[in-house]
Design a protein around this ligand. Structure first.
Ligand code: ADP
Ligand code: MG
Length: 180
């Protein structure tokens, strides 16, 4: 059998829309899921993760870590007292060796939480066969990369690709159900 995959492409006109899309994405996520975010610096990966954190309902501010590579956000109690999965947010930009990856003990987080990884391409795929690959890009590029405001503004295009059996029958935000 072939691995079921599905793709959804969505335009995100501003940062709030990107956060809203992250919240929608959280609606299909559960403990054990891995989300791999790719895109240039400033593309909007952390902004999208903020939306995922809001959608899951987790403690703490999702931010770009300065020194910490992985940050755990425990689930908040819902009104009925139940808790969903927490969020483990990994920004591997400063990772310098695969030994540091081992030290993160992501296998453990992967069981209990939703794990979102920025800058994970090339090593994170080895953790699990099932994952959501999310690519964020600026269709028009930075107009003037020396101007921070210019580079930060403008719409993004996000493509979500579901990889693995986990996603069979799951409807991604902005896409039809995965066949299979
Ligand atoms: P990354 O984590 O990919 O390096 P960040 O999410 O930290 O990127 O930064 C993205 C920056 O771009 C933020 O300042 C955000 O407000 C801004 N921005 C502008 N438009 C958008 C958009 N449509 N989606 C996401 N971020 C946007
Ligand atoms: Mg980031």
């Amino acid at each position: 059998t072939t691995t079921p995959t599905a793709e959804a492409t969505v335009r995100l006109v501003d940062a709030d829309t990107t956060r809203a899309f992250g919240r929608a994405l959280a609606g299909v996520l559960r403990a054990g899921d891995l989300v791999v975010l790719t895109g240039d610096l400033g593309a909007g990966k952390t902004t999208l993760t903020q939306g995922i954190g809001a959608g899951l309902g987790v403690r703490g501010q999702v931010a770009s870590p300065t020194f910490i590579i992985a940050r755990e956000h425990p689930p908040l109690a819902r009104p009925d007292g139940s808790r969903g999965p927490g969020l483990v947010h990994v920004d591997a930009y400063r990772l310098s060796s695969l030994d540091e990856v081992d030290a993160l003990d992501l296998d453990a987080s992967l069981d209990a939480s939703v794990t979102v990884v920025e800058w994970g391409e090339g090593w994170v795929e080895g953790l699990t066969a099932d994952r959501l690959e999310v690519k964020v890009r600026r269709p028009r590029g930075g107009v003037d990369p020396t101007d921070d405001e210019d580079a930060a503004a403008g719409e993004r295009v996000v493509t979500v690709r579901a990889v693995g059996d986990r996603w069979a029958g799951v409807t991604l935000p902005g896409a039809d159900a995965v066949a299979g």
